[in-house]
Ligand binder design. Structure first.
Ligand code: ZN
Length: 305
């Protein structure tokens, strides 16, 4: 009999990451976070008590992650939660259009930008940037996601091999939406972004502020969420869990200055169509962001130094 998808996840080949990538300190186990992710051995979470960075270790190695990001285990497969990935992707389009307008304002009034979307998933940001009149390339490792980008959004994304054709100082903007937290080595990827950006080019990225945000804290307190419901692909797909402070350290160490960092973006929780849930979410997360950067994302606009 074939293994269940959960058993397949537990059999992925592993590697350990014992030290903090920001300061080199030994990582300490964090059993609380193992619980948030529904992890059982061999997997676990370590954290750095000085940088407040959390990371998965042991985690799947390169071959393990290649197996994880497949249709069967991830994109709409039974191992993914929620299963309706494409509906989520569709909802991101308006959010991306608003972000492109915000970026154009910072870059220059009538800017026509050369953009790279690094980790383009199923191509929604690339589609939105092209529609707004910018040049935009996208890179995506997953062949399944690239095929969907072509079929659904009519954009052709580069594979990992395509990175070879990208020269230095080619882009005005590199965009990474919920990508960095999936990367086994985020520092080396940011250094690469630094190289392909023109002088003073922009790096705009968003990652989740997972678990350590006021919404998840409230949900856990009320026993209505704020953690993984079960062990699945989403328990393993994030290699790193950033705090605002850890993110600033990482960017600074990679040659970027932070222009603006927020932990809530109202465009991701629009008021229309009107719902009480969205009003409460916006109020709670907006307040959490203003009071102590306690929102559920980390969105950073940064500039190459
Ligand atoms: Zn550290």
């Amino acid at each position: 009999m074939n293994d269940s998808w959960q058993q397949q996840l537990r059999k992925l080949p592993l590697e350990e990451v014992p030290h903090c990538i920001l300061c080199g300190a030994d990582g300490k186990p964090d059993p609380r976070w193992n619980g948030y992710l529904e992890l059982t051995p061999p997997f676990g979470v370590l954290h750095c008590t000085s940088c407040m960075l959390h990371w998965l270790s042991p985690r799947p190695n390169a071959e393990g992650y290649a197996r994880l990001y497949s249709d069967a285990l991830y994109f709409g497969g039974r191992g993914a939660s929620p299963a309706g990935y494409m509906q989520l992707a569709k909802r991101r389009m308006g959010y991306f259009r608003a972000r492109i307008h915000a970026i154009a304002k910072i870059a220059a009034a009538d800017a026509h930008l050369a953009i790279l979307d690094y980790g383009a998933a199923t191509g929604e940001f690339v589609r939105a940037a092209l529609d707004e009149g910018h040049e935009c390339m996208g890179i995506e490792l997953s062949a399944d996601a690239r095929a969907t980008a072509r079929a659904v959004n009519n954009v052709k994304l580069l594979s990992a091999d395509g990175i070879q054709q990208i020269g230095e100082m080619q882009f005005d903007l590199v965009h990474m939406n919920h990508v960095l937290e999936h990367m086994p080595d985020p520092m080396s990827h940011l250094l690469w972004c630094h190289r392909v950006l023109r002088p003073h080019g922009l790096l705009v990225l968003e990652v989740p502020q997972q678990f350590e945000n006021d919404l998840d804290r409230l949900r856990r307190w009320l026993h209505v969420g704020g953690r993984q419901k079960r062990f699945d692909a989403y328990s393993l797909h994030h290699t790193y869990f950033f705090s605002p402070n850890a993110m600033k350290l990482l960017l600074n160490g990679s040659g970027f200055e932070t222009l603006n960092l927020v932990t809530f973006d109202p465009n991701s929780t629009p008021l229309s169509p009107f719902s009480l849930k969205n009003v409460i979410l916006r109020t709670l997360l907006g307040l959490a962001d203003r009071l102590h950067h306690g929102g559920n994302i980390i969105e950073v606009f940064s500039r190459k130094l």
